[in-house]
Write a protein that binds this ligand. Sequence first.
Ligand SMILES: Cc1cc2nc3c(=O)[nH]c(=O)nc-3n(C[C@H](O)[C@H](O)[C@H](O)COP(=O)(O)OP(=O)(O)OC[C@H]3O[C@@H](n4cnc5c(N)ncnc54)[C@H](O)[C@@H]3O)c2cc1C
Length: 299
Amino acid sequence: MEHVVPARIHQLRTIDTGEIRLVQLALPEQIDIGGKSYVIRDTMRPGTAFLAKPWGARTDKYRRRMYTRSNSAFNEPRLLETFINHTHQEQADTSVWWQSEMATEWFEKEKTVDVRIQLNEDECVAKVYENTMACKPANLRLEEDGKWEEMRMVCVAFGTGITPFLSYVRYMTAHDFGRNGRREGVHLTLVASVRHAGQLMFHEKLASLEKQFPRHFRYQPVLTRAWPDAWGYLKGRIVRVEQAKSGNDHIDITPLQTIVPDLAQSHLRVCGNVAACRQVTLGLEQGGIIPLTVRAESW
Ligand SMILES: Cc1cc2nc3c(=O)[nH]c(=O)nc-3n(C[C@H](O)[C@H](O)[C@H](O)COP(=O)(O)OP(=O)(O)OC[C@H]3O[C@@H](n4cnc5c(N)ncnc54)[C@H](O)[C@@H]3O)c2cc1C
């Protein structure tokens, strides 16, 4: 049987009107189920997703949807943060609802959205459900502690695909980027591609984090459609699709390589829509570039 806990909409902030919103769901400290009290424990690993039951604007009923968490359980237990975009698909249901006036009303009235939990009857503990417990090529669960600290990572995010990497960065910052006396610690380059400046998520925070920890964190935002005159970062797409006469598309990843020349010496992580993620991996294949490892998650 699936169990849920009602989570209050703690924050609903518009990033780009009708397109992207930041959502925070606050879970209570405990819950009573079947006459028994359970302590809610939040041990979600950075890079994993929780399951919530928001309203569907098209179907007019509650739906089950996964959302990758953008903060970390270590820093902010029981506060599930994510960024949700309007998919603009014909079938779009909950993604439209999150951008709606009705969602704003729910937030203002402190209404709740159910979040899946898993009960441990013996310990009287309810754990926040996370979508995966193992690191696989098709998910972005962060490697175990003791492993990520030794890695050089390049994380490529398309739109709200930045969510798992924001969680990584917050977790890693809280762990001093894994440096100690003998160990240099992790290095993470975050390439965040969005259409225009209004879609950038935590831009100032990330830029100042880079200044604060230049040996561990590099931030490369990319604007694909419009940019301010003074934009000092990359403009245009990081991967370009060129139609070949043969009918097979050629993917040019030169723009990505100009900002991250050391892809072959890095662990590559990619997150975003299916087409964009596929283009990155195909472009690497066509260019004969083989990163140390590649893991990608697309929705
Ligand atoms: C692991 C994971 C993490 C995610 N993280 C995020 C995140 O951080 N931010 C974010 O914005 N989104 C995220 N998503 C996507 C999110 O769960 C929703 O799918 C997305 O917001 C679109 O929701 P929707 O209800 O508008 O449309 P959909 O989920 O596309 O569903 C619309 C309707 O179409 C139906 N449908 C969809 N595909 C098919 C199909 N192939 N065949 C038949 N019917 C179909 C569905 O059942 C539904 O009724 C994540 C998804 C996964 C799996």
